[in-house]
Design a binder for this molecule. Structure first.
Ligand code: BGC
Length: 400
């Protein structure tokens, strides 16, 4: 059996916009109402976790888990530029305290894809003051972080920069639809907008600096790890893809307290670019290749690239309607994680994506949850995979 470090985090993860509901001051909410083909379904009430977070935390505790990653919404905290809502900050402070009271270690994400609508309308990460505006928000958010040991500044900056690149390409005269790459994985999207990548790196460092005097707090960011694999001699191309879409963001984490690994699948690249999985390949609801080995690959690559920065798995999971398949996938992923730990990789925890069947950015179809949610009553139903995962956590055992 793999020896896990003292205090290993066993938890689940969510993101504000995907579970809270009615995040009406955010840019993604505005996009959802615009009729863009990229977001055919709306978040609406989502899982109503804005009101039901206590119930969610009770579930986390009762499953036997010891940590919960959740996001705070910049758009709620600063709905109007420069005007901060004390009531919303108090709301998120209650969530932090709700975790601590239940013996759950909070892992707080400051930015998970969504920004206030005014921020994006003013140029967002490509605007001249994007980094300063983010820093000003983080300075306010700091007030609620006392006692929080783990803070993720920006979720998947590489994805965010790729989305920015895709939107910019779509705006050009010969532009292609945002949604064109839907069936490919994130890492197969158009290249990230380099200006956005650099702004995000600067924003991350600014946030770390703002939070550096909070004692006991570790800060890092979470990168979408793509497991790029070269075939048919595409090694040079893969080196370029890996650098722009992943490694520059890992390089920016070299001095961080930890780095968040988020892995679901792999991207195979031939000389012509990313390849769709061959016909007959087992796929998940998102169309991604069923590839539980992704986590081990991502953890090893991240540790090597960052020179041994402690790893926290901040997301890993599967969109499937079959709960047995979720157990099968997670067993494979955790076994790989155990092999990496046995080889000396410093892994501090594993947070499964996701606690709930939530809003998957434009669609409700992919179900990643350990817990189902009735879309009308918002009733939660723990799935067998949730109990199975909780049992592993109680025993502190990674499957071999
Ligand atoms: C994101 C989540 C998303 C998940 C599954 C990650 O890219 O951080 O918000 O729901 O993958 O697609």
């Amino acid at each position: 059996m793999t020896n896990l470090p003292e205090g290993f985090l066993w938890g689940t993860a969510t993101a504000g916009h995907q579970v809270e509901g009615n995040n009406t001051d955010s840019d993604v909410w505005a996009l959802e109402q615009s009729g863009t083909p990229m977001l055919p379904e709306r978040s609406g009430d989502a899982c109503d976790s804005y009101h039901r977070w206590r119930e969610d935390l009770d579930i986390v505790r009762d499953l036997g888990l010891n940590s919960y990653r959740f996001g705070i919404e910049w758009a709620r905290i600063e709905p109007v530029p420069g005007h901060f809502s004390l009531a919303e900050l108090a709301h998120y402070r209650r969530m932090v305290e709700g975790c601590l009271e239940r013996g759950i270690t909070p892992v707080v994400t400051l930015h998970h894809f969504t920004s206030p609508a005014w921020f994006s309308a003013g140029g967002g990460w490509l605007g001249t003051d994007g980094v300063d505006l983010f820093r000003r928000y983080v300075r306010q958010a700091k007030a609620i972080l006392d006692g929080v040991p783990w803070v993720c500044t920006v979720n998947e900056p590489n994805m965010l920069a790729m989305i920015t690149g895709a939107r910019r390409a779509a705006a050009e005269p010969s532009g292609k639809e945002d949604g064109e790459h839907r069936h490919l994985v994130a890492g197969a999207m158009p290249p990230p907008d380099q200006a956005a990548s650099e702004a995000l790196i600067a924003a991350h460092h600014a946030a770390r600096e703002e939070l550096s005097d909070l004692s006991g707090l570790r800060t890092g960011w979470t990168v979408a790890n793509q497991n790029f694999e070269a075939v048919d001699g595409a090694d040079d191309l893969v080196a370029e893809w890996s650098y722009t879409r992943e490694d520059q963001f890992l390089d920016a984490a070299k001095d961080d307290d930890f780095v968040g690994v988020q892995a679901y699948t792999r991207v195979v690249i031939g000389p012509e670019g990313p390849r769709e999985p061959e016909s007959g390949t087992r796929r998940t609801i998102t169309g991604w290749e069923f590839h539980p080995q992704a986590l081990e690959g991502a953890v090893r690559h991240t540790a090597e690239r960052t020179g041994g920065v402690p790893v926290l798995v901040t997301e890993n999971g599967i969109a499937t309607a079959s709960d047995d398949e979720r157990i099968e996938y997670t067993t494979g992923a955790l076994a790989g994680l155990g092999r990496a730990i046995a080889d000396g990789v410093d892994v501090r925890g594993y947070l499964h994506w996701s606690l709930l069947d939530n809003y998957e950015w434009g669609t409700w179809e992919p179900t990643f949850g350990l817990v189902g949610v009735d879309r009308e009553t918002f009733g939660r139903t723990v799935k067998p995979s949730g109990r199975w995962y909780g049992d592993l956590a109680r025993r502190g055992e990674l499957p071999s």
